[in-house]
Structure formats: structure tokens, C-alpha cells
Write a protein that binds this ligand. Structure first.
Ligand code: ADP
Length: 423
């Protein structure tokens, strides 16, 4: 059983006369607040500076969510033999009153069943109302008498006002960070929409233009011209289809919702099939296979992994036309290592770190080579979904080498991982 006595004080700081030592502590506290980088460290420093002039055993800072919902965001026990948890419990009843009355509360509680100095608990609660909407309460707890005198309460209010400043600053920093994140997201979305719209509108423009031309009734077209226009429409419709497929893959890969269907496949056979398909797609593409190991079995989703190699070979045909592409298969400890290498124009070092980013294309004067910058992004996401990785090595005029590493064993949990765009 507790016998409680309670004094509610007028809120508001009246001009207090501080003793030199107290004044010195208050100045040091305000300096510590001005220089604070981390809120918790600054609160530790406030305690250290306040202790010589203001006696307390525990200090608890509560963040107020509503009148009866508040959580401790900082607690320190500095008195001998007392725990921080105990301070939290005793601080709560005082904090509740402070929050409900929005006033300074001084409470004295006496525990009848205790004999030592902890029998008497004095708690001083201060409302901290910052300029923002956030509210907090600061509670000092002291075991044994005497209770806090009015001048000590004013000193506590000075300390409280500095804690308020610290919290205000922390809230502002958090608010700025969240606004920045929102702005970044907005900008990303705008860039995304602009790129997509541009990429979708280009083939659509061709389709619309040539279809309208064919439908004009004031001109007649011979069979050759008509066939040419229809071929363009057909090719651009395919391109539009491919673009939408790529976009859907890229967003599913990013959300981690693209299902992989794994089979254990012999990589040498798989790479032979890939190169045969590439040769039939483009007769000019010369591919050399260097399969340094056979019977290397790796669990892959064959359709998705084919998409990766097709993309690398199509890129080689686009950006290194006429050059031989070498595909090398090696076994590295517990991984298969495939190298796809061309001796084309290469890529300048500045661009290499961004090459696998969504929509990234190396700026070029060559306007006839079309692309969206989605291919390598998708490649990396697919390879990573297999627990492997893809990297690039290149120098201007020295050709380009893509390295793909795939683990022999697949970790079942890898299917669950959702992959985020990497930098
Ligand atoms: P896209 O081909 O649609 O532009 P990718 O993501 O497949 O997009 O490729 C990104 C960029 O990387 C390309 O725009 C190109 O500049 C560069 N690139 C890719 N492969 C090669 C290569 N073999 N040689 C030189 N540059 C390449």
C-alpha cells in the first residue's frame, strides 16, 4: 500500500535566480544540445551535466501518442541499487498525470512495506510541449527525501526546455528525411513514367503513322510499298510486345513475384542450344564455344536463364556487330562460371557501375541501335534469383566480358527472397 501526496505546480517558468554552479550547468547543457549529433548521446550528456546541481536517481522520457497512450523513448537509472525498469513503472503514473493535466506534477509515494530509503519515492514530471505536434513528458525520480523545492523545480524546467529543443530538432530532422525520401520516390516515378511513355510511344508512332498512310484514300500504293509499310507495322508491334513483356518481367522481378521453375540442367548442352538459336536468329553472328567442362549440372529455370544469354548475345550483335562472341564454361569450386565475351567497342569505365540499373543506356551518338536499358537489369535480377551473380568487365576498344556465376546447389529459401534494384 502506498500513501500518496501530490503537489501540482503552476506551469511556466518564472524568472529564476540560478546559482553560479547551476547557471554553468544550464549553459553547458545548452551547448551540448546545440552540438548534438545523436539524441540519445545528447540526453546522456544532459544527465551527466545536470547531476551535480540537480539530484535524481532515474530519468525517463515518454513520447505521448494520446492522453492514455505514451511510450518511454529514453530511460536512465543512475542512482545506486535501482533499476531502470523500476523507474519506468514509477514514472508512468506521474507521466499519465502530467499528460492529462499538461502541468508540472510533483508526487511523493511512500511504500509501507519497505524499510530503506527507497521507501520514499519522489517523482517530478514535466510536460514538454514542442513547437511541433509531438508531445513528450519528462519524469525525474528520486528515492528518499527531501522533496524538490520550487527553485529546484525551476531548474528542472530549464533542463526540460533543453530536452524539448533536442526533441524538436530530432523531429525536424526526421521530417526532412521523410520528405526527401518522398521527393526521391516522386522523382523516380516521374522518370519511370517519362521513360516508359517515350519507349512505348516510339513504336506506337510508327504503327499509327504507317497504318494511317496505308488508309489514305487520296493515294494509291504499289505492292512493294504496301508490303514495306506492313513489315514496319509488324516489326514495331513485335517491339511493343517485347517492351511490355520486359516491363512486366522487370516489375515482377523487383517485387519478387516472378516464379522460377527450376530443373537440373547440363550447362554445356544448354549453352550449345543457346548458341544454335542465336545463329538461327542472326546468320551473321559468329559464336565460339569453349566448354572446358562437361556434365556440369546446375539447377536453373531454363526459360529464364535462356532469356539472360539471349539478351547478352543480342546485345553483342547490336553493340559489337560482326565480332565473334566467345562463350566459355568453367567450374569454379562450388559455382559454374560462364563468360560471354566480344571484341567490340567496349564500354567506358564510368558507365560500368550503372550498367545493370533499370533503364540505364550508355549515351551514344549511334541512333540506329534501339533499346530500353531494361535487358541487363532483367539479366541481373534473374541470375540473382538463382543465387548467382552477373558482372561486367570492359575497356573502350578492348571488347566486353560478362561473367555469370551460378551455384551448383540451390538454396530453397532463395525463391522467397525479393530482389530490390541494386545500385
Ligand atoms: P538496351 O540494349 O536495351 O539499351 P541493356 O540493359 O541490354 O539495354 O544494355 C544496357 C547498355 O549497355 C546498352 O545500352 C549498351 O550501351 C551497353 N552494352 C550492353 N552490351 C554491350 C556490349 N556487348 N558492348 C558494348 N556495349 C554494351
Amino acid at each position: 500500500m502506498h500513501k500518496n501526496r501530490e503537489v501540482i505546480l503552476e506551469n511556466g517558468t518564472s524568472p529564476a535566480v540560478l546559482r553560479p554552479q547551476e547557471l554553468e550547468a544550464v549553459y553547458s547543457i545548452s551547448r551540448a544540445v546545440a552540438q548534438a549529433v545523436n539524441t540519445d548521446d545528447a540526453l546522456d550528456e544532459i544527465i551527466r551535466l545536470a547531476r551535480p546541481v540537480f539530484i535524481f536517481d532515474n530519468m525517463v522520457l515518454y513520447q505521448v501518442k494520446s492522453e492514455d497512450d505514451f511510450i518511454p523513448i529514453y530511460a536512465r537509472a543512475i542512482g545506486r541499487g535501482r533499476s531502470q525498469e523500476a523507474g519506468l513503472v514509477w514514472g508512468e503514473t506521474t507521466a499519465l498525470e502530467v499528460i492529462q493535466k499538461n502541468q508540472v506534477v510533483l508526487k511523493t509515494e511512500e511504500a509501507e512495506n519497505l524499510e530503506d530509503r527507497t521507501r520514499l519515492r519522489i517523482s517530478l514530471g514535466l510536460p514538454l510541449n514542442s513547437g511541433t505536434e509531438e508531445r513528450s513528458a519528462l519524469v525525474f525520480i528520486r528515492f528518499g527525501g527531501p522533496s524538490y523545492k520550487p527553485d529546484q523545480i525551476r531548474l528542472a524546467e530549464f533542463i526540460g526546455s533543453h530536452v524539448t529543443q533536442l526533441l524538436e530538432r530530432d523531429q525536424l530532422v526526421q521530417k526532412i528525411a521523410s520528405l526527401e525520401a518522398e521527393r526521391r520516390l516522386d522523382r523516380l516515378q516521374e522518370d519511370f513514367i517519362a521513360t516508359i511513355s517515350h519507349e512505348l510511344l516510339t513504336p506506337l508512332g510508327f504503327i499509327k503513322g504507317y497504318a494511317t498512310t496505308l488508309l489514305r484514300d487520296d493515294t494509291t500504293w504499289d505492292d512493294t510499298a504496301r508490303a514495306e509499310f506492313l513489315t514496319i507495322i509488324d516489326e514495331e508491334a513485335d517491339r511493343l510486345h517485347e517492351l511490355i513483356d520486359n516491363l512486366m518481367d522487370s516489375s515482377r522481378l523487383q517485387a519478387g513475384t516472378l516464379r522460377m521453375s527450376y530443373q537440373t540442367v547440363r550447362l554445356d548442352t544448354f549453352l550449345r542450344d543457346i548458341s544454335m538459336r542465336a545463329r538461327s536468329r542472326s546468320e551473321n553472328q559468329k559464336i565460339e564455344l569453349k566448354l572446358k567442362t562437361d556434365n556440369l549440372r546446375v539447377p536453373i529455370d531454363p526459360a529464364r536463364m535462356a532469356q539472360v544469354f539471349d539478351n547478352l548475345l543480342i546485345n553483342a550483335a547490336k553493340y559489337a556487330p560482326g565480332e565473334v562472341v566467345t562463350i566459355t564454361l568453367l567450374a569454379d569450386q562450388d559455382q559454374a562460371h560462364v563468360i560471354v565475351e566480344d571484341s567490340g567497342p567496349g564500354i567506358a569505365e564510368d558507365h560500368l557501375k550503372s550498367l545493370f540499373k533499370r533503364f540505364y543506356r550508355v549515351p551514344s551518338n549511334e541512333t540506329t541501335v534501339r533499346g530500353t536499358g531494361l535487358g541487363l537489369f532483367i539479366c541481373r535480377q534473374i541470375v540473382r534469383a538463382h543465387g548467382g551473380d552477373i558482372s561486367v568487365e570492359s575497356q573502350v576498344n578492348q571488347g566486353t566480358k560478362f561473367h555469370i556465376h551460378l551455384p551448383f546447389q540451390r538454396n530453397e529459401e532463395e525463391n522467397q527472397i525479393s530482389f530490390r534494384e541494386s545500385s
